[in-house]
Structures are given as C-alpha cells and as structure tokens.
Design a protein around this ligand. Structure first.
Ligand code: ATR
Length: 286
C-alpha cells in the first residue's frame, strides 16, 4: 500500500541548526501517530519572502518562526491574531487553504509555564520585567492581557523601556505600566513585587549580571529567568541566595511549542513526552 506523503511542519530562522523545536515537536507527532514531520529550515533574510510564498504552494502545514524573522514575517501574513499585533511578532504560522495566519505563543507559553511549573497566576500581581526587547514585550503583553496589576519595565537603555510602556499603556487599559533603568528604579515596586523576570542577556555567554538590591525585594516574590542554559542562571542563583522561589527558563521554550502544536493539530499536546525530550536534549550532558 502506498504511504501518504507526511505533512511538513518546521521552524525557520538564521542560524537554525541549534533549534530545539524539532526535539519538542517530533515526539508529539509520534505520540498521536500523525503522519507528519517537523524540520529545521535555514532561511536567510534575503530568502524569507520566497520561503513564505513557498509555504502557500507546497506541502507545508505550519511553521514556527525564530530569530531574526519574528518581526519581519508579520507583514507577509494574511491574518494576524490580536496578540501577534500587540507584540509586533509572529512565532507560529498556520496555513488554512492558501491563507497564512500569524500568531505568537511566546507570551502565553510563558504564562503557562508559570502556572504549570511554579503554580503562579499573574492576575492582580505586581510584576517587574528586566529588559525591553522582543521577549520582554511578549511577556509584558501576555501578563497585561491576563490582568496583572502593575508592570514595571526596567532596562539598561531606559528610553526603550519608556517607549514600550507608553505603547502598551495606550493599547492595553486597566494595567499600570512604569519604566526605569537598571541602575535607578523605584524601590517601592521592588518591595511590592510578586514576580521579577529576567529577559535580558545578563548571565548569558559571559555577560555579567548587574547588582540588584536583592535584600530589598519582597521575600515572597517569584524570580523567573527566560535564559535556559545554564538551568540555574546567575540571576536565579542570586535569587535563591536571597531565599526566593525560582522559575527556570526552559518552561517558556517548552510551552510556546506545546501551544503551537495544539494550534496546528487541534490535539492535546502530550506535555510529559515533550518536556522529557526537551530536558534530555538540553541538560543530559550537564
Ligand atoms: P530578545 O528578543 O531576546 O528580547 P533583544 O531584543 O536583543 O533580545 O533584547 C535584549 C535585552 O537584553 C535588551 O533589553 C538589552 O538591553 P538594551 O535595550 O539596553 O540593549 C538587554 N541587554 C543586553 N545586553 C545587556 C547587558 N550587558 N546588560 C544589561 N542588559 C543587557
């Protein structure tokens, strides 16, 4: 009997060879016995438009988008979700007929990770986000849409934090936003904070972690880092020393993937299988 051609899913980026998404998605396709495969696609900036067009024409059912295309791909979509619009970024493309639908699952994936791995809900909470780049924006949007009380965005370059705050406070009402820089920010927010998130590159690739006034932070706050290698980052080590509960970075990566899987297949993501596969790949040798 002739076997049907598998549906193709994948992730596009440049570079792409170190992407962990195949490790997250392929075990889920296997678990559900779907005739599908998930592949990494190396797509340069110059080839992006052509590749997106190819998705429409060929047997590609959906793709994830990673650096450096998350923002530029936006204008190539036929439809965008509200969250993708607010984030100005797409990480999940779904093909329906010949139309492409752009979503982002990064922020919701982060929230799901907080709930599943740290039993933390953001509603009515005071949140400090360190950083004002793309990841900070997706987390700020998701926490604001889930009715956080106060979101304070603290960045090395304060003007970027200010711009992000201004933009989001115009688009998402009912949430208080404020901004500051890493060397000078409102200590009262630090004392009242329920969740502090590092979205900066501090602690990655030898970039030193700036001194934070850890002794002033609310001792019941949850500290969360979106950097996932090493598992216990310098930021989390400091937080643990202060006695804070910690939330590790791999969760955002995992749950953005489980949400993409569910959007593509309408099947429940097998969380344990996807998590075990990711963690084995990430930390087996450490
Ligand atoms: P991503 O999309 O992952 O958020 P990004 O947009 O490049 O990446 O953002 C990186 C974040 O890390 C920024 O907030 C950046 O601060 P600046 O806006 O001042 O550049 C922050 N960052 C990078 N290197 C840093 C360092 N050495 N110290 C503190 N913050 C740093």
């Amino acid at each position: 009997m002739k076997r049907k051609t598998p549906k193709i899913y994948g992730v596009i980026g440049d570079p792409i060879e170190h992407s962990l998404s195949p490790q997250i998605q392929n075990p889920a396709f296997l678990y559900h016995k779907l005739n599908a495969i998930y592949l990494p696609f190396h797509v340069t900036k110059a080839k992006l438009k052509k590749f997106i067009h190819q998705i429409k024409e060929e047997n590609i059912a959906g793709v994830n988008v990673t650096l450096p295309h998350k923002e530029t791909v936006l204008q190539l979509m036929d439809h965008l979700s509200r969250e993708a619009r607010l984030c100005g970024a797409v990480n999940t493309i779904i093909k329906k007929g010949k139309k492409l639908y752009g979503h982002t699952t990064d922020g919701q994936g982060y929230l799901m990770s907080l709930e599943k791995e740290a039993r933390f809900k953001v509603k009515n909470k005071n949140i400090i986000i360190l950083g004002a780049g793309g990841a900070a924006r997706s987390i700020a949007v998701a926490t604001a849409l889930s009715e956080a009380k106060h979101i304070s965005i603290i960045n090395r370059t304060e003007t970027k934090a200010q711009r992000l705050c201004k933009d989001l406070s115009l688009k998402i009402k009912k949430v208080n936003f404020s901004s500051g820089n890493l060397k000078n920010f409102d200590q009262e927010h630090f004392q009242k904070c329920h969740l502090i998130i590092n979205t900066t590159s501090m602690g990655m690739k030898g970039i030193p972690l700036i001194d934070l006034p850890w002794k002033n932070i609310n001792s019941k706050a949850l500290a969360s880092d979106i950097v996932y290698k090493p598992k216990q980052t310098p930021f989390l080590k400091k937080a643990e020393k202060r006695g804070l509960k910690c939330h590790e970075g791999w969760g955002m990566l995992l749950y953005q993937g489980t949400l993409s899987f569910e959007k593509w297949t309408s099947k429940k993501a097998p969380l344990k299988i996807m998590k075990d596969s990711l963690l084995e790949k990430l930390y087996a040798s450490t």
